[in-house]
Design a protein around this ligand. Structure first.
Ligand code: ADP
Ligand code: ZN
Length: 440
């Protein structure tokens, strides 16, 4: 593809010289620090470090004077500890997927929402999306940004957007056929599931569909899996990275060359750190991605530890964009599981078990593939007092655990009740999670 054929949304910004990008970053960072100073959460933390105004940030290297922020900090600051504008200016709230209890939330002003949508639109255009596309968004609508966050970006690009949300595969196929859907947004697992459904359908052939591209993300997946989906569906598949804390999908995105994900550096400052020493890694080495958002008035977020592991790709991209690229993610530094695109912490499952009467000390969380989708099984030992052959008692416990877990993590687990002492007891640190899915 010639450089002239590259689809840009904002060519001047997307191909800006490094010095210009850095100047934009510094200007925006000072503004974000000034906003952070107004929040109950960052105010004292910045003062402690001798920062009392945005002007205390003299160069980009001064970012290292700022504190890191973690998911736990966000929970502590729930609901409004990070609010930097009068509440009346907030027009939207989102939260991280799969978490109830104390969720991590974000809030956006109208301007923030416009910026988030513009970032998403830029990403879609980089992937070759146009206003002529008919885009079916198969991600859940609601608090999760994969639904509305993506939706607003696709609308901003001018596409026709069909908000089918997740699930109901037969209806998805019907809409794809009847509306001539050209692009879809779904998790990698769901794309495979969709392919299987197309194969099975008696009233639909692949040639009835106008599908040309899929945008996929929300969970780790390998290059091999991308290839498999591309081959099966005969489409181009683009890797899209995001998280609710950073406004949702489109934070990092593949361009039409699909060789790593560009980070929009006028909207985010990225650092890659060693998660143990918290120092930056050597150029090009793998570490934890740390992000500072530069385009949000309502809720500044400084040096957010994403826990996602990646590295910066050093070779320039043929698309001519100067915003650096990161490699496909290789894992996380914490124990968060991503099950069918939903974030689940083992501690949430434990929370339900600890509250339930009759549950013993030992349990095991198993995540595996069932066809193309993930399946969550929780094996639970009951107490000796509970030990009974009374199927009614056992069934009632199973139902309670199932419904409480579904309410908490938004995923429906299989519960297997085990007799006392029947689960393996590990020596040393208990192994509570078995992730049997093929490694990404
Ligand atoms: P979302 O699932 O919309 O991306 P969440 O905030 O619920 O947003 O979850 C964010 C987490 O999902 C990230 O921290 C990362 O671990 C994972 N994730 C999102 N997109 C990708 C991707 N393309 N590749 C690997 N992991 C991803
Ligand atoms: Zn590129």
């Amino acid at each position: 593809m010639s450089a002239r054929g590259i689809p840009y949304r904002d060519k001047a910004v997307e191909t800006a010289p490094r010095e210009v990008i850095e100047w934009m970053q510094l200007t925006a960072l000072r503004k974000q620090v000034a906003a952070a100073l107004k929040t109950p959460f960052y105010g004292p933390r910045l003062a402690e470090r001798g920062i009392s105004s945005g002007e205390d940030i003299k160069t980009l290297a001064d970012i290292r004077k700022l504190p890191f922020t973690t998911k736990n900090d966000l929970r502590e600051a729930y609901p409004f500890g990070l609010l930097a504008v009068p509440k009346e200016e907030v027009v939207r709230v989102h939260a991280s997927s799969g978490t109830t209890g104390t969720p991590t939330v974000i809030y956006l002003t109208q301007h923030d929402l416009d910026m988030a949508s513009d970032t998403m639109a830029r990403s879609l255009q980089a992937a070759g999306g146009t206003k002529d596309d008919i885009i079916q968004n198969m991600m859940t609508y609601g608090l999760f940004t994969g639904g509305l966050g993506f939706h607003y970006g696709a609308e901003k690009m001018g596409a026709m957007v069909i908000p089918t949300s997740a699930g109901n595969t037969l209806r998805q196929l019907k809409f794809m056929k009847d509306f001539g859907t050209t692009m879809i947004h779904a998790t990698p697992s769901y794309l495979l599931h969709l392919h299987a459904a197309i194969e099975e359908a008696t009233d639909l052939k692949r040639s009835d569909l106008k599908l040309r591209k899929a945008i996929t993300g929300a969970e780790p997946h390998s290059e091999e899996l991308r290839q498999k989906i591309q081959d099966k569906l005969g489409i181009e598949v683009y890797n899209c990275y995001g998280m609710s804390e950073l406004n949702g999908p489109g934070v990092a995105f593949e361009c039409v060359f699909r060789t790593g994900l560009h980070i929009w550096e006028d909207r985010y400052i990225m650092e890659i750190i060693n998660p143990d020493t918290l120092e930056p890694v050597a150029e090009g080495e793998t570490g934890e991605l740390v992000m500072t958002i530069l385009c949000r008035d309502a809720m500044p977020l400084l040096r957010y530890r994403t826990r996602d592991l990646t590295r910066i790709l050093l070779d320039p991209c043929p698309c001519g964009r100067t915003h650096r690229r990161i490699a496909r993610f290789t894992g996380r530094t914490d124990d968060m599981l991503i099950i069918n695109g939903v974030n689940v912490f083992p501690s949430q499952i434990e929370e339900v078990l600890l509250k339930a009467k009759g549950v013993g000390a030992n349990y095991l969380i198993i995540v595996e593939k069932a066809g193309d989708l993930d399946r969550l099984t929780v094996q639970v030992e009951i107490t000796p007092e509970m030990f009974a052959d009374d199927a009614r008692v056992i069934n009632a416990l199973r139902d309670t655990l199932k419904s409480e877990m579904t309410a908490l993590i938004t995923i429906n687990p299989h519960i297997e009740i085990k007799q006392p002492g029947s689960l393996p007891v590990s020596e040393g640190k208990a192994k509570r999670v078995e992730d049997r899915r093929p490694k990404a």
